[in-house]
Design a protein around this ligand. Structure first.
Ligand code: GDP
Length: 200
């Protein structure tokens, strides 16, 4: 399936499960710690400056954002997690929202867990991955901010992330929302979630 990046559009932002988009389209879900660069990766992937808002106050946006990708996929941006200063109430709201999403949603074709290429994934990253696994969703790990690493550090970073998340190294893709390294590979992975039959 080909996705025209000019036809990726914001649909809605849901603060609770009444706002979730009901759609038959397969969904690609993006998750990650707040400030990991999830919005920047969405902008990079869609070749847009402002599809998703970058640098919002961390932890202030406990919303699920929905994007229509060329009427072929629904891209779902889950709220970032792990911002230390978030209140207990907000954390509870986050968990309720995520659980509601996994319970109510249609077909999730691909889960994309975004981590920081420079750091070991956290317990919360492992928990997020556990949500994907429990729901039986194929998952790719995107190690963002690769521009902050030297090329000589790439292999070690991939190995450390794969080990910490208990995934094969091949499942970890280095990415930079600044230089767009990894963009074509991730975009193709997303395009191919529903099969490669009409890729002509
Ligand atoms: P979000 O909270 O996960 O949506 O993160 P944002 O997209 O708002 O990015 C958080 C900060 O990291 C911003 O200052 C971005 O400019 C920066 N950032 C995001 N991606 C990259 C990247 O690939 N490389 C570098 N160097 N900075 C990045």
């Amino acid at each position: 399936m080909r996705i025209n990046t000019n036809k990726i559009a914001f649909v809605t932002s849901a603060a609770d499960d009444r706002g979730f988009v009901e759609s038959d389209l397969p969904q690609v879900v993006f998750a990650g710690r707040s400030n990991v660069g999830k919005s920047s990766v969405l902008n990079s992937l869609s070749r847009r400056k402002n599809l998703a808002r970058v640098g919002k106050t961390p932890g202030k946006t406990v919303h699920v954002n929905f994007f229509d990708a060329d009427r072929k996929l629904l891209w779902v941006d889950l709220p970032g997690y792990g911002y230390a200063k978030v209140s207990f109430e907000e954390k509870k709201r986050w968990a309720k929202l995520i659980e509601g999403y996994f319970r109510k949603t249609g077909t999730i074709a691909l889960g994309i867990l975004i981590v920081d290429a420079r750091h070991e994934p956290t317990d919360l990253d492992r928990e997020m991955l556990a949500y994907f696994r429990a729901a039986g969703i194929p998952t790719a790990v995107v190690a963002n901010k690769s521009d902050k690493l030297k090329k000589s550090e790439y292999a070690g970073a991939i190995a450390a992330i794969a080990r910490a998340l208990d995934v094969p190294e091949e499942a970890v893709l280095l990415y930079s929302a600044e230089t767009h390294e990894g963009r074509d590979a991730l975009f193709h992975m997303i395009e191919n979630v529903c099969g490669e039959e009409d890729n002509a």
